[in-house]
Design a protein around this ligand. Structure first.
Ligand SMILES: [Zn+2]
Length: 341
């Protein structure tokens, strides 16, 4: 299917919230990793999200260029070209963008979408995330509001974040403390400031999440925080204000924690770290097992078949596709595609 348009994607999110499942949002940095996501989603008969971070975009543009918007656009164009070979819907999203990077990342991509729309073409991206969680709530929502107004005119979804997520995301290290839990007061303020603007937004409200790597037991997730936020906003502004929530920093979470968060309205879960490991694992095995094929040892010539990057990247693609299938299953998403063949 082509990349999901705004109307289709909103319908997918509504259906996910009502059905208590969520879409896997998988970070990619290359054509190979994007293909892995498409394959995993298609084999799960599930719709999902391919997303690109600022660092991923810079990487994808080439190490001599390091232009985050250019690399993200390049992956997005690849996905637009190949997506209709897969019998599912995929959305294209950009991941965490701090305020000081908006001008280098989200705004140029937004301008590309505006140009495409003026030429009668579909949006380049389905949505973008602005991460103002390192700012005061007032400053966070001030910037989010301006973006939302412009996004609404272009059928783009905005994702925002309240409360700090611990751990590391593209080199930004958060602390592990009480700020890790968003309060109902914070989310009421989000609704008060953003809902009158129109358009659509997703909210990553933190509930103890930690980005990156940690061992089990380090994190005290409290999904109940999400229920408290939903109850407060529905009480104050009615059912139509119920949030579409995003789960960040979920690598290593238990199945129970994930399922509880789905019950409270999580419709998108970011998966990055676990995908990185799934991709690298078979490459490591290949190198160790075939060290005298991938290396020219003792004046030998190695083995061309072993060091051809396609050999191990195909294994990596397959392993990552399997991890995508596991994510879909964890999120109760198997067979949930809205694409009717
Ligand atoms: Zn986050």
């Amino acid at each position: 299917m082509p990349v999901a348009d705004f109307k289709t994607f909103c319908a997918i999110l509504e259906r996910a919230r009502a059905g208590r499942f969520a879409l896997a949002a998988v970070n990619v940095t290359s054509m190979t990793t994007a293909n892995a996501v498409l394959r995993g989603l298609a084999e799960s008969k599930a719709d999902g999200i391919i997303q690109i971070s600022t660092g991923g975009g810079a990487f994808a543009s080439g190490s001599a260029i390091k232009d985050m918007a250019l690399g993200a656009a390049s992956i997005a164009e690849h996905v637009h070209r190949v997506a209709d070979r897969y019998p599912i819907y995929v959305a294209l999203h950009t991941d965490h963008c701090l305020k000081d990077k908006l001008e280098k990342f989200v705004i140029p991509l937004l301008e590309l979408t505006e140009k495409r729309r003026a030429a009668g073409q579909p949006n380049l991206f389905t949505g973008h995330m602005f991460d103002g969680s390192n700012l005061s709530l007032g400053e966070n929502l001030e910037t989010a509001g301006k973006l939302l107004a412009r996004f609404a005119k272009n059928d783009l979804l905005l994702e925002i974040e309240t409360g700090a997520v611990g751990g590391e995301e593209d080199g930004v290290v958060g602390a592990h403390n009480a700020n890790l839990y968003t309060t109902p007061q914070d989310t009421l303020e989000v609704a008060r400031r953003l809902n009158p603007i129109g358009g659509r937004y997703l909210l990553a409200a933190t509930f103890g999440n930690v980005h990156g790597v940690y061992k089990p037991g380090h994190v005290k997730l409290q999904p109940k925080v999400l229920k408290e936020c939903q109850d407060a906003v529905v009480k104050q502004y009615g059912e139509s204000a119920r949030f579409h929530l995003v789960f960040h920093g979920g690598s290593g979470s238990t199945q129970e924690e994930i399922h509880e968060s789905l019950d409270y309205g999580v419709v998108k879960m970011n998966v990055d770290t676990d995908m990185q490991y799934a991709f690298t694992r078979p490459i490591a095995a290949h190198m160790f097992k075939n060290y005298d094929g991938v290396l020219k040892v003792d004046a030998e010539v190695g083995n061309k078949k072993a060091y051809d990057p396609r050999t191990y990247l195909a294994m990596a693609e397959g392993s990552m596709a399997d991890r995508v299938k596991q994510a879909v299953s964890d999120l109760r998403g198997n067979g949930q595609t809205m694409f009717a063949s």
